[in-house]
Design a protein. Sequence first.
Length: 485
Amino acid sequence: MAKMNSLKNFNIYELQQMHNLSVRSINGCVDAGLVTLYAIINYYFKHGNFTYLRRCGAKCNNELINICQYYIAKYQLTKDMLKINASDQEFDEFKLYVHNNFNLDSATAEKFRESYKQKSFELFKFILLVLENALSEKEYYIFLNNYNFFKGYNKLSYQEIGDRFGLTRERARQIYKALPRIIAKIISKLKKCNLPMETYVRAYDDLQNMPNYYHIDNAFAERINIREGINITPKLCCFLLSSISDKNYIGIQDIDVNAQCYYAINKTYFDKVKLDKIYTYFENISKKRRPKEIVMSITDLIKSNMNYSTGYEISNNDILHRFLKDVSSTCFGFVSGDNTITAPRNTLTKLSEHIELILKQNGTPMTLDEIYNKILETTNKHPTYESLRSSILNTDDVVAIGKTSTYALKSWSDINTKKIKDIVYEYLSMTPGVPQSIADITEYVTQFRKTNAKNIRTNLKLDKTGRFVFERGNYIKIAVGENDK
């Protein structure tokens, strides 16, 4: 039995090469469905010769008998030892298909028999072997190196590729551009065999939770790598899944894009909205300098990129809303709201912006000292007094209150930024020529300034414009004629 276990069930074309079978013998076996060594030997055990095969004469009969007797003697085979169950028969047909179409030898394919029968087929590993056999040497070299499909490989320039294979830079570029279509075509051809690819894909637990779109990140790719003993990146994983799905799932990222995560969405949604264009829009925003956050309406994004012929209805709970939030957050670090995606500011906060924020949070005017201390407390900036004062005076939305080194926001309607003597003039102008007591004047002024009657009187005495007239009993009025002056 040990000898039997080492016997490979070679297909008919491998037997042709190994034993120099004639074309007539090959055609006779294929017509009869005898496409593997086990099938040929079983036929011999049952019939004793091959004369019943169509187009099989004496020479063909002798060739096939000699092969059977060689393996029976070498491996001490009996009829019972070569019984083939349905799953083995299915795998043998699969193995013959990949040999004929991709030149994958039996010894290599045989390694997948048990996982195939147990429905735990190492799909990605097998596809890589098929691609290695189906692609030319230069195509496979570019496939390995230039798409970020494999960990540990660095992208080469077209010149480096050209130097290695005696190609021009332009020819190397053409191969690079054409290769994804070639690979997709190979996988499409592989799907025509009896291997239920999509069934195996769905066996991955992660994908069972992604009925509408694939979200392929490093963690997912690493689980594939550990399970199958390969070293592919999320990019290749997503590319292969899209190809396997026969365009039921479509990748939204260009082949040249390198991202944290890769996405392929159900064709139903891709046909409704130009999701690849939205991804490119996100990508362009992420590269821009953003002195302010950019808020995007998800509904507007979808509407402006919709294929209107589909008659698609939008709702906030739609799959596309969740998809765009996932993509924008994972790939670009944007923040999602109910119906919004926000690209946060990505520039440093200026000193002037800190000053405005501090005043806004305080809600009332602040002195230079108070602003300075708050700057040290809440930021990592350490300005001098003079640079702080300069920044304040050059900030459009901040105003100085008189000459007191006190500052406020222009938007505060209850703040009077005039000098004390101008505030007094404003008050006295309400009753021109009528004296007002210093107590009433002080009450009005202290609505806008922290001051007292003595300070107000001193300010008015120092006024050189002659606008104020001082009368007995601490009464003051504004001059309205030559006699007052």
